[in-house]
Design a protein around this ligand. Structure first.
Ligand code: TMP
Ligand code: ASP
Length: 254
């Protein structure tokens, strides 16, 4: 896989020491888990697609002035990122009811929310990522009130931007999960978007048919899992159809 020193192995990625100080390499695996590792499998080609999709989305997000950890893609499965201190809070932004939200509140999947809703989950596999509030985050100093404000405003900008970007290619951004990190630079610390944004961490539904184009196909045994990830990449214009250099721009839908 790589000669580099491994720092951490997660469920879908391996993190290696980067070539320069202050950098890391994210290696994207084909492994998929759901329900905190109780369901495991492989999605052929997922790592390659998520590497590209996350590169594309992080780059676009960076272009609107939201700082991210992304530096550059290194190869089919690896990308170079800034080393950050991950804040142990998963921020979920929801536009349409689905998944755990529908279950917890008894609101049927597909119901449009009156406005975007932000939720926080504590990053802990042992505890199954429990839902938490701002009170827990600030009381336990997982993030300061100022950092949390920054995370919220970045999350809302990312939601508006990605909702539009996906809508332009016929995809509804139902919800997504993001993570943030502290990037230390000399005297300065700033909050940056970290981890990945991919069909593993988003719910993406076809605007016309509501067909699921994300990891729910794996979680719920809906079949055609690799095809769904490919379809997202294809619509974004980043599926290398004729080889890695054959990249087209986004295909805008009517
Ligand atoms: P949920 O409805 O299961 O809480 O998921 C909300 C969103 O967060 C969905 O787009 C999937 C994503 N997600 C992750 O990326 N990682 C996780 O561990 C969980 C539970 C959800
Ligand atoms: N990624 C989480 C897990 O392992 C949950 C999920 O995405 O459903 O299990």
């Amino acid at each position: 896989m790589s000669r580099r020193r491994q720092i951490y192995e997660g469920k879908a990625k391996v993190i290696f020491e980067g070539p320069e100080p202050g950098t890391l390499v994210q290696y994207f695996k084909d492994d998929a888990t759901a329900f905190n590792n109780r369901k495991r499998g492989t999605i052929t080609g997922k790592g390659v697609l998520n590497n590209r999709i996350s590169e594309y989305l992080m780059t676009r997000i960076g272009e609107i002035g939201v700082p991210t950890h992304f530096l550059r893609r290194l190869n089919m499965r690896e990308q170079l990122v800034k080393e950050v201190e991950i804040i142990p809070v998963e921020v979920v932004v929801r536009n349409v009811a689905a998944g755990s939200f529908s279950k917890r509140l008894g609101i049927s999947e597909g119901t449009r929310l009156p406005r975007s809703i932000i939720e926080y989950y504590y990053k802990s596999d042992e505890l199954d990522d429990p839902i938490i509030t701002e009170e827990h985050i600030t009381a336990f100093a997982w993030a300061t009130p100022a950092e949390l404000d920054e995370m919220v405003s970045m999350s809302l900008r990312i939601n508006d931007f990605l909702s539009g970007l996906f809508f332009g290619v016929g995809i509804r951004l139902v919800d997504f999960k993001i993570e943030f990190g502290r990037y230390y630079q000399e005297e300065d610390v700033r909050i940056v978007l970290a981890d990945e944004i991919s069909p593993d961490s988003c719910r993406l539904w076809d605007v016309e048919t509501d067909e699921k184009l994300d990891k729910d196909r794996f979680r719920r045994d809906l079949g055609n899992v690799p095809e769904a990830y490919q379809e997202v990449a294809r619509r974004l214009g980043i599926l290398p159809e004729g080889g890695p250099t054959d990249i087209k721009g986004p295909k805008v839908m009517q």
